[in-house]
Design a protein around this ligand. Structure first.
Ligand SMILES: Cc1cc2nc3c(=O)[nH]c(=O)nc-3n(C[C@H](O)[C@H](O)[C@H](O)COP(=O)(O)OP(=O)(O)OC[C@H]3O[C@@H](n4cnc5c(N)ncnc54)[C@H](O)[C@@H]3O)c2cc1C
Length: 463
């Protein structure tokens, strides 16, 4: 890596940047710096040397050119949901795109264009007015760009694949300060990289992607007492062998804290739950989940729901939270894997994890029809554990419980992890298929040979 010194831009240069952009520039000590540097994940204490709140693609270009002239590295951020796995930003510029939230829906081509600060709810709600759905994830306020660049595994994934495979074009500022539009004809390497390898090659200012004709789905959650964890997870796992690609589901252990943000009827309780969404009608959906209903859940929320309501299904927090977690892909979830999982995080273990989920993968995710860094995901399942990290002690306890979870499931580990839900620091080689990793090193060498861009899961350019 080129030596990026820890630079201290002089006042005149900073003033030049401040006056040259529509957005705002903050330095440590400035009024507003502490508020502006806050990420969605409140456990992240990011302290960039320069923070730019961009209002437009032109602002991003100017900020990147400024940083290059100063010999400064640059980290892009939309919401900060993924801030936990990014290295410390001392000496670097943080470019926040959260003010850039314009979204255009094009019903005739079934596509959307979202600016880099858009959250999923900015897309799913207007798309639904046209009977269209995006490949959004479990949470309404996760950023469209960060999520999609890292793959994007949502409720339609087994039918339509990872969100990154539906990207048709990006507008991106390269580390040398050029704003380019990359699609399959122009700069195809850039397009390939943003389709699953994260923000390794530049700062995306807008993204275009395919929408799918979906008005309603049959979806819901079955809650069972945590004591039934083993029985319910075994039944769910066997059932996943029988379901069509139109059905995406997960099995989950939940320890809900006695906090106000949790719905009252769940507060302070532990459950084993099954969540599922079926792209089809109520009759077929009810038939499909009948074997799970027959287990006798304590609470059953299955019903036809409009597509944007999928983002409430997983009960993700809708306010910034301090959290720590990590995930892994599994080749399979065997009966022995379920027993091992329940033994370390199930009832009576006192686990500090709020949630441990196992998502059913396969279907279109394994498809291999597209051309992106995560075009093929061979794993059968994805496991993810997360807990509250409001204090350093809590963070340590959660991190250690997550490590135990991952060690326990190691015998079933797939060849690589899932980019988006690998939330502990990990190199790109750990979160991408080996062939994609090799190509990414070449693309990195072409666009960012000096490693100016700071990202989760960094990659070294090929030499
Ligand atoms: C509550 C919650 C629910 C989640 N649910 C899912 C889910 O269902 N499925 C799933 O796949 N993942 C899920 N995730 C993981 C999530 O997709 C990643 O954390 C993702 O990186 C978040 O993107 P963001 O833009 O919101 O976060 P940010 O922290 O803003 O961005 C994360 C990273 O993306 C890159 N990035 C962001 N903006 C740009 C840009 N403009 N240009 C270049 N690179 C950029 C950067 O490397 C940045 O560090 C969830 C995370 C949380 C916290």
């Amino acid at each position: 890596m080129t030596d990026f010194l820890i630079p201290t831009p002089v006042d005149a240069e900073i003033d030049h940047l401040r006056h040259g952009i529509a957005g705002d520039v903050y330095l440590p000590g400035d009024e507003g710096y502490d508020e502006a540097r806050q990420a969605w994940n409140l456990a992240s204490d990011q302290r960039p040397s320069v923070l730019v709140m961009a209002e437009s693609a032109v602002d991003v270009v100017k900020a990147v050119r400024f940083a290059r002239a100063q010999g400064m590295r640059v980290a892009p951020q939309g919401t900060g949901h993924g801030s936990g796995s990014v290295e410390a930003l001392d000496g670097a510029m943080l470019i926040k795109t959260s003010r850039m939230r314009r979204v255009d829906i094009y019903p005739s081509t079934r596509t959307a264009r979202a600016e880099a600060g858009a959250e999923w709810q900015d897309v799913t709600v207007p798309a639904a007015e046209h009977g269209l759905a995006a490949l959004a994830g479990s949470s309404a306020d996760v950023g469209v760009v960060g999520y999609t660049l890292g793959g994007g595994m949502g409720w339609l994934a087994r039918r339509h694949g990872l969100a990154s495979e539906s990207v048709t074009a990006v507008e991106i500022v390269t580390p040398d300060g050029r704003l380019v539009r990359a699609d399959s004809e122009t700069e195809p390497d850039l397009l390939w990289a943003v389709r699953g390898a994260g923000g390794q090659v530049g700062i995306v200012t807008a993204i275009e992607f395919t929408l799918y004709p979906v008005r309603e789905l049959y979806a819901g959650v079955l809650f069972f007492p945590a004591e039934r964890a083993s029985e319910v997870l075994h039944a769910w796992r066997e059932w996943t062998d029988t379901v069509p690609d139109e059905l995406t589901s997960l099995g989950r252990l939940m320890n809900i804290p006695p906090i106000e943000q949790a719905p009252e009827f769940l507060r302070g309780r532990s459950f084993v739950v099954i969540e599922a969404a079926y792209l089809g009608d109520e009759f077929e959906g009810a038939e499909l989940i009948r074997p799970l209903r027959a287990l006798g859940p304590e609470i059953d929320t299955f019903a036809m729901i409009p597509a944007p309501a999928l983002q409430q299904l997983h009960m993700d927090p809708d306010e910034p939270m301090p959290g720590a977690g990590d995930g892994m892909l599994l080749d399979d979830l065997t009966p022995a894997a379920i027993e091992a999982l329940v033994a370390v995080v199930g009832p009576g273990t006192g686990s500090p994890l709020l949630s441990v989920e196992v998502r059913h993968c396969g279907g279109a995710m394994a498809g291999g029809s597209g051309d992106g860094a995560q075009a093929r995901m061979d794993a059968g399942f994805m496991a993810f554990g997360v807990g509250l990290a409001a204090t350093p002690e809590m963070e340590d306890a959660v991190a250690s419980a997550v490590r135990v979870l991952k060690d326990t499931l190691a015998p079933w580990k797939a060849s690589h992890s899932y980019y988006n839900l690998a939330e502990m620091p990990a190199d790109a080689s750990e979160v991408l298929p080996a062939d994609a990793y090799r190509r990414l090193r070449q693309v990195k060498a072409k666009y960012d040979p000096d490693e100016m861009i700071i990202t989760a899961h960094p990659v070294r350019p090929a030499r």
